[in-house]
Design a protein around this ligand. Structure first.
Ligand SMILES: Nc1nc2c(c(=O)[nH]1)N[C@H]1C(S)=C(S)[C@@H](COP(=O)(O)OP(=O)(O)OC[C@H]3O[C@@H](n4cnc5c(=O)[nH]c(N)nc54)[C@H](O)[C@@H]3O)O[C@H]1N2
Ligand SMILES: Nc1nc2c(c(=O)[nH]1)N[C@H]1C(S)=C(S)[C@@H](COP(=O)(O)OP(=O)(O)OC[C@H]3O[C@@H](n4cnc5c(=O)[nH]c(N)nc54)[C@H](O)[C@@H]3O)O[C@H]1N2
Ligand code: SF4
Ligand SMILES: [Mo]
Length: 790
């Protein structure tokens, strides 16, 4: 007897009943944690989320899900979740709160904002968010259109070093954004008969572990799908990741040396004359200057710098140049280096020189579905020009004038809080960011600065260390299944349907609308989330024929058409001419706008400031190169640490990795608690032996706090105890303002003993003004110390 096909039976429906359950077909977008957006089926009973499944009818994830979506009911229904707005009852850092109503909360916010307007100016309010969650246009809109401030940015993310450096490099060099083509533009995935898509012959995973991170609207499973269809791989990673272990070539480079490696691959391609002459002649600008620059970047030189074999560099360059189509998926380590921008230029040049530009199975030019463009700049034009000019960080043209991204510069905001220059920042709004646990590179420094503010609002899913330390007001946020909205990032355009409600939690959209209506009602003509989504779909989404209801109930996800080789067809430039949207109309290997702004127009590489070669005296004391924050599937940054969750059960403690030989030399074993320390500070994590690491490299977790520990200071949920961001500098950026050395530091490692663990970092930071400042001065680390004092 043929089995009934459950999914076929419900194809085309957005909601149906299944026994006691209501099943809803929709999209997920954090929180809880991820900045991707997969198709899901939510199973609710009596208004409670009980189960989440991947939707096999969604082309994006094709029925698969990561564990974080599968365990979503544990997060949504977690007993630690606050359900009402909280007003601080005691001092900052004490865990004392009064529950209040939303109206009372809004009254306090309105009064404080008007006070700042009166005593300072609108720009003395800064608004910050974390990474890519479902509020990345709402909070900027509130900042610009309700508070009247140009100072929106990420939560003290040093050098804006998450995707923004790579985006700015791509946009300035090529006028657009590129991504590896795994057929994701087509709803009929992997369909080589009915689409022009062709499986990449080669995929390069460059500092991106997509199967764990699914970052930047790229689902890691797609790489596996392509592997199964024959793609070969090269992986550039200090560790033998699952993807690296399935690669033809694994380049185990020293953290922070990606630029040197890329320059050497360019050198090989040009010297051996194996680049795509036809593409370069027709579509690139500045080839001769690039060729001259990379001449000195021999594979032998890069091999020494990167700690990889010269022969492997040559082989990788040949394999890339020889593939008929090859896609590169790159990641965060590019951004998280002071040389992030020039490194991204070098990688862009690699895919240009191989002609893998907007070709099937290469690196394709992508824009948001239906050209929808609500993002960090949404509502910016509601600000008068003279207020826009006051944006902190406006002196960095790549960041501000060019409009490639319109955030303020986080490190400069920190300095403005510390020094009052160029003007004081007195109020801070933090939505979906937990800077002292995670986002800020120098957690103790940010901790000290934020204590000095007049008014801090934290809007989060949970009471975080950041909330307990600083918030005067805490606003509990709705999670993904509790929200009616849309999602767009590249394609498809996706609808999100609310299926449950937790306590009095409100969505970020609702909070923004309700506050906006009090302060600048003319900018907030919608009355609820559905109407706001409707407004975006009808006014900012040219070519889409529906509103909120059509998207959520009729379409759920929509794929607009996609064309390859858009530069040949005049589809990229505003004037309709063939070419790229740059001053020369070509991909600028020699970057015209950079030269106008006084930056080096060519890619290049230099040693990180703390490295075996640039600071040998530090290296003697701190003999390991430290990379931090490689993603694990269990966690999204500092989320999912609640002890009730499967994530925490599978991964209970913070861990760092080193080679068996290095561990043996230090007489430490798997599972030992150890101190990781450098001249800035220290933290403790547990050793995990990683037999694939270079003996000189250590890889450490980021984002740890312990919701089961005491919330009040000095504990603050133990946030500083295992925080690798006690060891990192803040305000050390590239000349463009972009890039920061999160993934290329030095440290030493020693076993925790009772004797050396008497003063835990939480005590040291929160009661003794310890780390960064104190450590810098005593160790004479001039650079960091000097920057600290402005
Ligand atoms: N599960 C999970 N997924 C996430 C996140 C999360 O916290 N958890 N965070 C999201 C966010 S905001 C981002 S930005 C992305 C980031 O996701 P990815 O871009 O994948 O970046 P990472 O995981 O930080 O690092 C990827 C790989 O780079 C290697 N690596 C370390 N240092 C270097 C280096 O100097 N050079 C090179 N070439 N490789 C190096 C690491 O060993 C790691 O395997 O992930 C997103 N997705
Ligand atoms: N050492 C080191 N540090 C790093 C990194 C690294 O690789 N190494 N990576 C850096 C990078 S790339 C990034 S992007 C940052 C990320 O830093 P953040 O984005 O600040 O991440 P979290 O610390 O997890 O804080 C996010 C908070 O948002 C809440 N939240 C989640 N969804 C929602 C929502 O929809 N609404 C509201 N209101 N709240 C929500 C969560 O509960 C959580 O407390 O970390 C950076 N820090
Ligand atoms: S990538 Fe994983 S965690 Fe993110 S939305 Fe998809 S299934 Fe959920
Ligand atoms: Mo990020």
């Amino acid at each position: 007897m043929a089995e009934k096909d459950y999914f076929a039976e419900h194809r085309g429906q957005f909601q149906w009943e299944d026994g006691d359950y209501t099943v809803t077909r929709t999209t997920v977008w954090s929180g809880p944690g991820c900045h991707d957006g997969c198709g899901v089926l939510y199973y609710t009973k009596d208004g409670k989320l009980e189960k989440v499944e991947g939707d096999p009818d969604c082309a994006y994830n094709q029925g698969t899900l990561c564990m974080r979506c599968l365990e979503m009911p544990e997060v949504v229904n977690n007993p630690r979740r606050p359900s009402k707005p909280l007003k601080r009852a005691g001092e900052r850092g004490e865990d004392k709160w009064d529950e209040i109503t939303w109206d009372e909360a809004y009254d306090i916010i309105e009064a404080k904002v008007r006070e700042i307007w009166r005593d300072y100016a609108p720009e003395s309010i800064a608004c910050m968010i974390g990474t890519g969650r479902a509020n990345c246009w709402q909070i900027p809109y509130m900042c610009y259109s309700a508070f009247g401030s140009p100072n929106f940015c990420l939560g003290f993310l040093s050098g804006e070093s998450c995707f923004q450096p790579r985006s700015a490099a791509m946009a300035s060099m090529s006028g657009d954004f590129f991504i590896a083509d795994c057929s994701q533009q087509f709803e009929s995935r992997y369909d080589e008969e009915n689409t022009e898509w062709r499986c990449p012959e080669l995929i390069i995973n460059w500092g991106c572990n997509a199967v764990e991170s699914n970052s930047d609207n790229f689902y890691g499973g797609w790489i596996v799908d392509c592997m199964q269809r024959g793609s070969k791989m090269i992986t550039v990673d200090p560790s033998l990741t699952w993807l690296a272990s399935r690669s033809e070539i694994w380049l185990r480079l020293r953290p922070g040396t990606d630029g040197a490696l890329a320059m050497a691959m360019l050198n090989v391609m040009i010297k051996e004359d194996i680049y795509d002459h036809d593409f370069v002649e027709k579509w690139c600008y500045g080839f001769d200057e690039l060729a001259e620059r990379v001449k000195e970047w021999t594979p032998a030189r890069a091999a020494e710098i990167c700690w990889v074999d010269e022969a492997d560099i040559v082989a990788a360059a040949r394999m890339y140049a020889g593939a008929k189509n090859a896609a590169m998926q790159w990641g965060l380590p590019i951004d998280q280096a002071v040389m992030g921008i020039p490194t991204a230029q070098a990688l862009n040049a690699l895919w240009a020189l191989t002609g893998n530009i907007d070709n099937p199975g290469g690196n394709i030019v992508i824009r948001n579905a239906f050209d929808q463009n609500v993002s960090y700049n949404y509502g910016y034009n509601n600000l008068p020009a003279e207020v826009q000019a006051k944006r902190i960080g406006a002196e960095y043209p790549l960041m501000s004038k060019a409009g490639f991204s319109s955030t303020a510069h986080s490190d400069s905001i920190l300095q403005a809080i510390e020094t009052g220059k160029p003007y004081p920042i007195r109020m801070l709004w933090l939505t979906s960011t937990n800077p002292i646990a995670n986002m800020a590179s120098d957690a103790p420094r940010v901790y000290r600065a934020l204590k000095t503010l007049d008014f801090v609002v934290v809007n989060d899913l949970f009471l975080t260390p950041t909330a307990v330390a600083f918030a005067d007001l805490f606003l509990p946020a709705a999670m993904s299944p509790e929200r009616d909205m849309q999602r767009v990032w590249w394609v498809p355009l996706r609808g999100m349907k609310k299926v449950c409600q937790y306590g009095e939690c409100k969505s970020d959209d609702t909070i923004v609308t309700e506050i906006g209506k009090r302060l600048h009602p003319e900018n907030f003509p919608w009355n609820n989330d559905q109407e706001w989504t409707d407004n975006i779909l009808r006014t900012e989404t040219p070519g889409y024929d529906g509103g909120y209801h059509e998207l959520v109930e009729r379409d759920i996800w929509v794929y607009p058409g996609f064309q390859y080789y858009k530069h040949e067809k005049g589809l990229l430039r505003a004037d309709g001419q063939p070419g790229f949207s740059t001053p020369s109309g070509r991909i600028e290997l020699w970057n015209t706008v950079f030269s106008l702004w006084g930056y080096d127009p060519l890619p290049d590489w230099a040693e990180p400031s703390n490295s075996p070669y640039s600071s040998p005296e530090l290296y003697e004391k701190y003999p390991f190169v430290l990379t931090t924050g490689a993603r694990h599937i269990e966690f999204f940054h500092s989320e999912h640490r609640q002890p009730e969750l499967t994530s925490r059960e599978l991964y209970p403690d913070p861990c760092f990795e080193m080679s068996p030989k290095s561990a043996a030399d230090l007489d430490i074993k798997e599972g030992d608690w150890c101190w990781l320390e450098n001249h800035r500070g220290r933290c403790r994590q547990k050793l995990r032996i990683n037999p694939t690491l270079d003996d000189r490299v250590v890889r450490a977790d980021h984002g740890w706090w312990f919701p089961e520990k005491d919330a009040a200071e000095p504990s603050l949920y133990g946030v500083f105890d295992s925080n690798i961001n006690n060891l990192l500098p803040q305000c050390e950026n590239g000349v463009t303002g972009y890039g920061a050395p999160y993934k290329n530091q030095l440290c030493k490692v020693y076993k925790c003993t009772e004797e050396n663990s008497k003063e835990m970092p939480s005590i040291c930071v929160s009661t003794k003004d310890g780390y960064s400042k104190a450590m810098d001065e005593s160790n004479g680390d001039v650079k960091v110390g000097a920057i600290y004092n402005g």
